[in-house]
Design a protein around this ligand. Structure first.
Ligand SMILES: Cc1cc2nc3c(=O)[nH]c(=O)nc-3n(C[C@H](O)[C@H](O)[C@H](O)COP(=O)(O)O)c2cc1C
Length: 166
């Protein structure tokens, strides 16, 4: 697994333009844009932590499948798709079809990855945590959670990580 060498580039692109967080339940595949998250080591495992607000359709799906993939674009080609997937819900439209996204089967999870991105992470949820507002910095609470739509944090063990062409 080419984990360490992809880390820095992934974090930079995730933060700057976003990435696709994809889930699959039965035959439904849905993806949403994320730009918050972290990659690190926990419990002696490589872990990708994503933050998903309860209002997202993705929240419903990830709760059911407990697996996800993160596909990080390394160039501008996915800019439009990232904008659509970050503003429309899978409850209303089929974003994969709408954005002409091409899927590729996951190697070690049942969730596909989005072809054409720079790097893919395949993850299995090993821990999840609801945010406790009373433990949160007051300024962040005010700035990020005015609507009280708190995130659930999903810690996904990275079971595979590879470049798109691999
Ligand atoms: C650049 C960008 C980054 C985003 N990051 C997150 C995120 O980290 N967590 C989250 O819950 N929503 C995030 N969103 C919002 C979701 O992508 C958006 O609400 C999406 O429509 C949810 O889709 P769904 O309902 O199909 O899950 C982001 C949106 C954009 C444009």
């Amino acid at each position: 697994m080419n984990f360490a060498s992809n880390l820095e580039k992934s974090m930079e692109h995730l933060h700057k333009q976003g990435a696709f967080l994809t889930c699959k339940v039965n035959n439904e595949v849905n993806t949403m844009t994320i730009s918050w998250g972290s990659i690190g080591f926990v419990w002696q495992k490589p872990v990708f932590t994503v933050l998903v607000r309860k209002s997202r359709h993705t929240h419903e799906l990830i709760e059911k499948c407990m697996e996800f993939t993160v596909s990080v674009p390394f160039d501008d080609k996915m800019k439009k798709a990232l904008a659509v997937c970050g503003s429309k819900s899978g409850r209303e439209i089929d974003k994969i079809k709408e954005c002409n996204l091409e899927l590729k089967d996951g190697k070690d999870v049942s969730v596909p990855v989005i072809k054409g991105c720079g790097v893919h992470y395949e993850c299995k949820v090993i821990f999840k945590q609801e945010m406790c507002p009373n433990l949160l910095d007051e300024v962040i609470d005010k700035d990020c959670y005015g609507s009280k739509d708190y995130h659930t944090m999903y810690y996904g063990e990275i079971v595979n990580c590879y470049l798109d062409e691999e």
